[in-house]
Design a binder for this molecule. Structure first.
Ligand code: HEC
Ligand code: HEC
Ligand code: HEC
Ligand code: HEC
Ligand code: HEC
Ligand code: HEC
Ligand code: HEC
Ligand code: HEC
Ligand code: HEC
Length: 415
């Protein structure tokens, strides 16, 4: 590993010096720029790392040693303004043949997709200079891919890349949209998982909004977005009566109950016929549906399972404390937990029968644990009683033996 790193660094240094030696752009710019200038930042940039130079983007001729001469070159592209950046990047990135020669795996649809986004539409149609263009999200002179931890598109950095504008109330003034997405996201299960636990499987802004089509997912695409990662819940929802009902009412599927940016960890109080249950937001006992009756039945089944599970755990803990072998029952109690997780996701069927049936399965298992753990405790006391009797017996035996030996000693002494 170390060998590889050294080899890599060696190549990199060699490459950098050859590039620097042939590029007057870099040499001259380093003379007057500070460390935050393009000529220094560029070492972090994937274009530079893959062998491209200043000329590939800006044009000019790297063998010239005068900036005015550079500007006079026919191919000089200069510096693009905010509106020109997308085409400036797309000259290469939308050129399938060119990109294929460099990296056949890279898509070449960024500009096309960008044009369909709220950002792109406003940029091109309204000449809106405040919406994101390519470099608002990718930076400039330190562009890198989503795998590089220092990159603005690395999942852990994306929320702040978007938040630069979207969490800045002053910057977003004049647009009629909230600026709480970053704050809410940070508090959500997703934000906690991504930013605190560093779980790269948790979504960043672009997982839901897309990279280049950054737009609010519409009602239709919404379930698909959440369902990419939560396939079980999405499937159960799709087969429930809520699917059609929500579509008819234009309620977004998952967001209606879970919100979008401030998704909290759900618990059993979310379902039931009393607040804070979500069901009472839309249902009442006289709304002509069996919504709340269902909610109540589901809630009751879940709490009964949770209570039985807790009792079983208490008895089992007691048995373990007494030093009994509880492995089998612990395994069974784990199964109860799996059943509980499944029963909770079945809430999305809004079908009381299926939740109740699953809950009963768990309750039966938990009861078995209770019975078996109680038996283990019984065995413990039985053994303890046995031990006490045995100890008593041995003591009596020892005393008898002692007396006997004393007598024998006396007899011998008397002789
Ligand atoms: C001999 C020194 C020198 C060389 C060689 C040089 N530059 Fe410059 N360049 C400068 C200076 C100085 C400025 C700043 C001009 C100013 O601030 O007015 C500059 C400005 C720029 C700018 C800002 C836009 C502009 O027109 O002012 C870009 C882009 C740029 N250079 C790119 C390049 C590229 C690409 C090359 C190589 C093909 C290159 N430079 C070669 C000295 C150099
Ligand atoms: C991947 C394309 C790309 C490469 C490679 C690149 N630039 Fe740039 N450069 C840009 C873009 C885009 C802008 C416009 C930035 C903006 O609008 O803020 C820019 C702006 C500039 C500017 C003016 C604004 C500033 O940031 O100071 C200078 C000077 C400059 N580049 C120099 C260089 C030099 C020197 C190199 C090589 C070391 C280089 N660039 C390599 C894309 C590139
Ligand atoms: C001269 C052509 C050219 C221009 C102009 C250009 N790029 Fe690139 N870009 C490339 C090449 C080539 C690669 C590296 C492909 C490889 O080898 O992996 C690349 C890689 C990238 C990557 C990393 C892709 C990945 O996931 O590996 C990003 C992001 C990127 N460019 C963004 C931009 C942006 C933003 C601009 C405009 C400021 C831009 N590029 C301008 C040619 C270009
Ligand atoms: C709203 C922010 C945003 C804008 C605007 C944006 N990008 Fe991206 N781009 C991203 C993110 C985030 C990724 C990382 C995707 C990932 O996780 O792999 C990405 C990925 C890329 C890639 C890697 C290949 C791919 O498609 O996944 C390239 C190349 C790229 N962008 C170029 C561009 C160009 C060119 C533009 C302008 C036309 C642009 N981007 C505009 C956010 C943006
Ligand atoms: C340079 C600032 C800037 C950056 C960076 C930026 N945006 Fe935006 N975004 C805007 C502006 C300005 C609008 C236009 C607001 C409007 O018209 O409603 C917008 C619009 C949006 C919208 C549409 C909102 C609506 O309902 O109209 C979404 C969604 C969005 N951005 C998501 C993102 C995501 C995700 C990222 C990061 C990957 C991002 N943006 C990065 C400035 C930015
Ligand atoms: C778990 C998926 C998900 C994540 C992660 C996510 N969003 Fe959203 N976002 C949504 C949904 C769903 C909507 C609402 C769409 C609707 O109602 O039409 C939305 C709406 C928006 C809007 C429109 C205005 C609003 O608040 O309704 C913006 C802007 C936005 N998101 C930006 C962001 C930013 C910035 C991040 C990262 C900090 C982010 N989103 C993370 C799913 C997500
Ligand atoms: C990129 C994958 C991904 C996407 C897209 C996604 N999630 Fe998640 N979600 C996760 C991960 C990973 C976790 C687990 C976080 C943790 O460690 O607690 C999670 C957790 C949750 C939780 C809490 C579950 C629990 O048991 O604590 C809910 C609720 C949730 N997501 C709802 C949604 C909704 C609603 C959407 C769409 C608006 C969505 N998710 C989009 C990956 C995703
Ligand atoms: C955003 C509003 C909303 C929320 C929240 C909601 N429902 Fe519904 N539900 C509806 C609508 C609308 C219908 C269709 C009613 C109709 O057919 O008249 C429906 C139908 C139902 C039905 C089918 C009723 C029947 O008689 O066919 C059940 C069962 C149900 N909901 C249970 C629940 C439960 C349990 C919860 C809480 C976990 C819940 N709902 C939360 C809006 C909601
Ligand atoms: C009618 C309201 C409602 C809708 C719509 C809804 N959920 Fe839920 N969701 C709940 C309730 C209630 C719970 C909590 C169940 C519990 O813990 O007892 C929950 C829990 C969850 C959990 C935590 C793990 C689990 O399964 O218990 C995830 C993940 C989840 N929902 C994802 C989704 C996704 C994805 C969608 C869209 C396809 C969605 N939900 C739609 C009400 C809803």
């Amino acid at each position: 590993m170390l060998y590889r790193i050294i080899l890599f660094l060696g190549f990199f240094a060699a490459f950098q010096t050859t590039y620097a030696a042939t590029s007057n752009c870099l040499t001259c710019h380093r003379e007057f720029e500070d460390k935050s200038g393009p000529s220094y930042k560029i070492t972090q940039d994937i274009h530079f790392q893959k062998g491209l130079g200043c000329v590939d983007c800006h044009g000019g001729d790297a063998t010239l040693d005068d900036m005015d001469a550079v500007r006079a070159q026919k191919n000089w592209r200069g510096v693009p303004n905010h509106l020109q950046v997308p085409e400036f990047c797309a000259r290469c990135h939308s050129n399938a043949k060119y990109m294929h020669n460099h990296n056949p795996m890279l898509p070449t649809d960024q500009l096309e997709k960008y044009k369909t986004s709220v950002h792109g539409k406003r940029l091109f149609r309204k000449k809106d200079m405040k919406v994101a263009n390519c470099i608002s999200c990718h930076t400039v002179h330190e562009i890198n891919n989503a795998k590089a931890p220092h990159s603005s598109t690395y999942p852990l950095n994306v929320p702040f890349t978007c938040g630069k504008c979207h969490a800045n109330a002053k910057y977003m003034k004049g647009y009629n949209i909230p600026t709480d997405q970053l704050e809410d996201f940070k508090q959500s299960v997703h934000g906690q998982a991504l930013l605190v636990k560093k779980d790269l499987g948790a979504p960043a802004c672009n997982s839901c909004h897309g990279n280049h089509g950054a737009a609010p997912p519409g009602v239709q695409s919404l379930a698909a977005v959440c369902g990419n990662c939560h396939a079980i819940e999405a499937d159960l929802f799709d087969n429930s009566p809520h699917k059609v009902a929500f579509e008819e009412n234009d309620y977004p599927m998952c967001e209606t109950c879970h919100s979008n940016h401030k998704i909290v960890k759900p618990n059993d109080s979310f379902v039931g016929d009393k607040k804070p249950a979500l069901c009472v937001e839309c249902h009442s006992y006289d709304d002509g549906t069996n919504g709340l009756a269902t909610a109540k039945a589901i809630s009751r089944a879940l709490s009964e399972l949770v209570a039985t599970q807790a009792q079983a755990k208490k008895v089992l803990d007691n048995a373990a404390l007494k030093g009994m072998m509880t492995t089998d029952e612990e395994f069974r109690l784990n199964e109860v937990n799996q059943v509980l997780i499944h029963a909770r996701s079945l809430v999305h069927t809004i079908n009381a029968d299926s939740v109740v049936a699953e809950a009963e399965k768990g309750i039966k298992k938990a009861d078995t644990v209770k019975i078996n753990a109680s038996a283990l405790i019984g065995e413990y006391y039985f053994r303890r009683k046995g031990l006490a009797l045995a100890t008593l017996f041995i003591t009596i035996l020892a005393i008898a033996l002692y007396i006997k030996i004393k007598r024998v000693d006396k007899k011998l002494a008397g002789k």
